[in-house]
Design a protein around this ligand. Structure first.
Ligand code: TYC
Length: 102
């Protein structure tokens, strides 16, 4: 006598009803006063960039007016924006950072 095992692989794959989470860009804005070195340190500290990438992103913001620091789920993007704004405020720099749906 044989046993009939329930083998999932024989069932038709179900369509997932879960949407992937909405993703948000964290965008850094240029200003005339925040020191370049301070922006590079922010990108290293809060966005885990190496010094070269951080310098490239800072220079892009400096020359083009804005630049993307990273793309994250909503709550993480909001936390990053808060961290950057708080750190800049503590150091009395007018650096601005926003999030935008991707
Ligand atoms: N424009 C600033 C300066 O000349 C540097 C800077 C770069 C400021 C990027 C903000 O997000 C920024 N010191």
């Amino acid at each position: 006598m044989s046993t009939q095992f329930n083998d999932d692989s024989l069932l038709a794959p179900e369509k997932s009803k879960l949407k992937p989470p909405a993703m948000y860009k964290v965008v850094l804005l240029n200003d005339d006063y925040t020191p370049m070195e301070f922006v590079v340190l922010i990108l290293q500290q809060f966005f885990h960039m190496g010094r070269e990438q951080a310098t490239r992103v800072m220079l892009k913001v400096h020359t083009e007016g804005r630049g993307i620091c990273g793309v994250f789920p909503k709550d993480i993007a909001a936390t990053k924006v808060d961290q950057v704004l708080e750190y800049a405020r503590e150091h009395q720099h007018p650096l601005q950072c926003v999030m935008e749906e991707n």
